[in-house]
Ligand binder design. Sequence first.
Ligand code: PMP
Length: 417
Amino acid sequence: SAASRTETVEDHHQDSGHGFALRERLDAREQRGLRRELTPTERVAARSRVAADPSGDPPEFEGDEQVILASNNYLGLADDERVQRAAANAARKVGTGAGASRLVTGDTPIHRALERDIAATKETERALVFSSGYAANVGTIAALAPDVIFSDELNHASIVDGCRLARAETVIYDHADANALAAAMAERDEQAEEDESWLVVTDSVFSMDGDVAPLAAVCDAAERHGAWVMVDEAHATGLYADGAGIVGREGLGDRVQVQMGTLSKALASQGGYVAGSEALIEHLANAARSFVFSTGLAPPAAGAAREALAIAREDERRERLWTVVERLRDGLDGMGYRVLGETQILPVVVGDRGEAVALGEELAERGIVAPAIRPPTVPEGTSRIRVAPMATHTDAEIERCLTAFRAAGHAAGVLDE
Ligand code: PMP
């Protein structure tokens, strides 16, 4: 019967022979305060506000709503009718799934059109889309197969995993410190072989600190050694320089050989991309295992991303996002919160993980969804609330957030009286 079958599976999990003691591993995680729960929330990432009771009717008045302040859907485009229609049209015309790897029969006109649009935005020869940003990073770094990788200490986990998969010697340099990078490169050069390939890789906007890598100085250091530079623009795509990211804003397109990003944040969809030279893209289409051995990006995701990119490139949404960001930053600063960063990500550093969790809970009680970010996601002693506003937040919602932050800060003992 089903019941005895379940028992057998459970027994097997407890088995310490050659099995996996998963219950014990979960308990250990729990004891260290590191156990996470999946918490289903109604359309949180898509909307800047949701009904307080997800099972109830859509919110009709302010007191009935929760404000979502923790989504990467920065421009609010996941909830935009034009983007939703583009996804539906792609599903109708091309199918809900690509059906096969791009190299077999899964290469469709919508993929090519999206790649042309990304390349045009980035001003590169070509672009290639992957089924996620994670897949783009691991596949690209491993396919480049560098001998030595220089990687910022706060780079995203998918870059870290790409370095591991490449089995490259990886030199971690101090966060956003181009002098440390230059010194590490100079030191490593003393023992370098003639034909080694070197890759410097960094996020442009760092997701938990909301700061920006010193890209021009990173390029300077790389060029002294003839190394290539790869930049992860996950949190910058669609937001800076008409959608061209920080590389575009700083005019570094010719000095960054690999521009990577995701379709899953400001572009409100799912998938990742790499933009660069013809040779780079042809190489990745042949050698990036996460591209070759994975089904092509789902057509609705490609359709949505294409429409979102077109909308993101118009000024209006982005300007609204910066207005919202400035208002929140000024308000939180003024209350005495420590707000890091210089981008649309506003990390409010609390320090102690218990206090950060308490602040998150006090905010939740006031209808603000902005949970605490704790170790291991951020270093011990730097627990924080990662405030991520959207262009679709109204002035009234921003005021509501600030009022809640003031009251919650006092209630949680985070703000001085
Ligand atoms: N790089 C960075 C910097 C990211 O923040 C993320 C997403 N958290 C990724 C890559 C992975 O992108 P995706 O979610 O599309 O897999």
